[in-house]
Design a protein around this ligand. Structure first.
Ligand code: NDP
Length: 338
C-alpha cells in the first residue's frame, strides 16, 4: 500500500521534503468484523489549499492537525472494496474524506457520499461536484444574494472554486471580472469561463488602480479567495451595500504572522456585509446544489477545467503547486482505475 506521509510539521510554506512516499507491506484487505467501517480503493485525490493549515503544529482550525508519520487525509473519490456498514456495499463509488494512499479503511463511513450520477467524469467529485463546487455555490448564492446586473469580482478566479463562481455570476446576469497569476489563466477566464474581463494581478503595480479601471462604478460582490493586499484594494472599491464572501485567504496561510489589512473602515462607510464560512457546515444544501449543477454540466452550460497529476507519487508536487499558482484549474491526482 503506497502512502504519502506527512514527515514533519510544516513551518512556513509546505515543501515536498515535508512529505514522504512510503510503501507499507501490509495492504488492508479485510475489515475487522463489526467494525462498521469500509475499506476503499482510492481513485482520485483532491489537492486543496486548506491542507497546508493542517500540516502545521498547533494550528487552531476547524479540523485537527495531521499527525506526522501518518498519511495525509483529504477529499477523494474511491471504490468500496469491503464493507461492514449497512449503507455501503462492495463496488459502490463514493467521495469524501480518505487517505493519500492506495487503500484506506474509513471508520466513519457516514461522512461519505455515495455517487449516484456516474455519467460525468468521476474526478468531478473532487471539484465541481464535490467540496469546491459546494463552496462556490454556497459562498456565491447564499452569502452574496446576487442580482442581475451587479458587478462581481473574483480572486484566484481560475481555480477549483473561482472558475465556478465566475460562471455562476454570468448565469445570474452579472458583470464579472476575475484575476489570476498568469496570462494563460487570464486568457482562459475570458475564453473558457466567459468572464467579461480578467487581469494578471502579478503584472499590476497598483491593485487599487487596476480595480478602478475594471470597475469604474465599483464592486457589488467580491468573492474572496486570497486576502492580503488584494482585499485591501477591494475595500477601496466596494459599492455601498456590497457583499464580500470570505471564502479563503491563500496568500496568508503559510505566513507565521498574517499581514495587516488596511482600509477596514470601508466596511462601515459602505455598509458592507462581510461574511466568512466553512463549507463543512453547509452540506445540508448539497442535494439542492447537485439538482442545479448536474443539468448545467450535461447541457454544457457550464464547464470545468481540471489539472490532473498522474499517480500517487505526484501528489506532493501537485499540492505544493497550489501555492505557486502552478495548477491550471482544479488540481486532482489520479491514483488508480476502478
Ligand atoms: P485554487 O484551485 O484556486 O488553487 C489555488 C490558487 O491560488 C493558485 O492556483 C494560485 O493561482 C492562487 N494563489 C496561490 N498563492 C497565492 C497568493 N499568495 N496570492 C494570490 N493568489 C495565490 O484553490 P481552490 O479553488 O481550491 O481554493 C480557493 C480558495 O478557497 C482558497 O483560499 C481555499 O482555501 C478556499 N476554500 C475555502 C473553503 C471554505 O469552506 N471556506 C472551501 C474550499 C476552498 P494564481 O495563479 O491566480 O495565483
Amino acid at each position: 500500500n503506497h502512502q504519502v506521509i506527512l514527515k514533519d510539521y510544516v513551518n512556513g510554506s509546505p515543501k515536498e521534503s515535508n512529505m514522504l512516499l512510503k510503501t507499507s507491506s501490509t495492504i488492508p484487505l479485510k475489515l475487522p468484523q463489526d467494525s462498521n467501517g469500509v475499506l476503499v480503493k482510492n481513485l482520485y485525490l483532491s489537492c486543496d489549499p486548506y491542507l497546508s493549515l493542517l500540516m502545521s503544529k498547533g494550528q487552531v482550525g476547524y479540523l485537527e492537525s495531521f499527525t506526522p508519520g501518518s498519511p495525509i487525509t483529504g477529499f477523494g473519490v474511491a471504490k468500496v472494496v469491503d464493507s461492514e456498514h449497512s449503507n455501503f456495499k462492495k463496488g459502490d463509488i463514493v467521495w469524501g474524506l480518505t487517505g493519500w494512499e492506495e487503500y484506506t479503511i474509513i471508520t466513519t463511513p457516514e461522512t461519505l457520499f455515495k455517487i449516484q450520477d456516474a455519467d460525468v467524469p468521476l474526478s468531478y467529485y473532487t471539484g465541481i461536484l464535490g467540496m469546491p463546487g459546494m463552496t462556490a455555490y454556497y459562498g456565491f448564492y447564499e452569502i452574496c444574494a446576487p442580482k442581475k446586473g451587479e458587478y462581481v469580482f473574483v480572486s484566484a478566479a481560475s481555480g477549483a472554486v473561482g472558475q465556478l463562481v465566475g460562471q455562476f455570476a454570468k448565469l445570474t446576469g452579472c458583470y464579472v471580472v476575475g484575476t489570476a497569476g498568469s496570462n494563460e489563466k487570464v486568457e482562459m477566464l475570458k475564453s473558457k469561463f466567459g468572464f467579461d474581463e480578467a487581469f494578471n494581478y502579478k503584472e499590476e503595480q497598483d491593485l487599487d488602480a487596476a480595480l478602478k479601471r475594471y470597475f469604474p462604478e465599483g464592486i457589488d460582490i467580491y468573492f474572496e479567495n486570497v486576502g492580503g493586499k488584494m482585499l485591501e484594494a477591494v475595500l477601496l472599491n466596494m459599492r455601498v451595500n456590497g457583499r464580500i464572501s470570505v471564502c479563503g485567504m491563500i496568500s496568508q496561510y503559510n505566513l507565521n504572522q498574517e499581514e495587516g489589512v488596511r482600509n477596514l473602515s470601508s466596511i462601515i462607510m459602505k455598509r458592507l456585509l462581510v461574511k466568512g464560512f466553512i463549507i463543512f457546515d453547509n452540506f445540508d444544501l448539497y442535494p439542492n446544489y447537485l439538482e442545479m449543477v448536474i443539468p448545467l454540466i450535461k447541457e454544457e452550460k457550464i464547464c470545468y477545467i481540471e489539472d490532473v497529476a498522474n499517480g500517487l507519487e505526484s501528489a506532493p508536487t501537485a499540492f505544493i503547486g497550489l501555492f505557486l499558482g502552478k495548477n491550471v484549474g482544479k488540481q486532482v491526482v489520479f491514483v488508480a482505475r476502478e
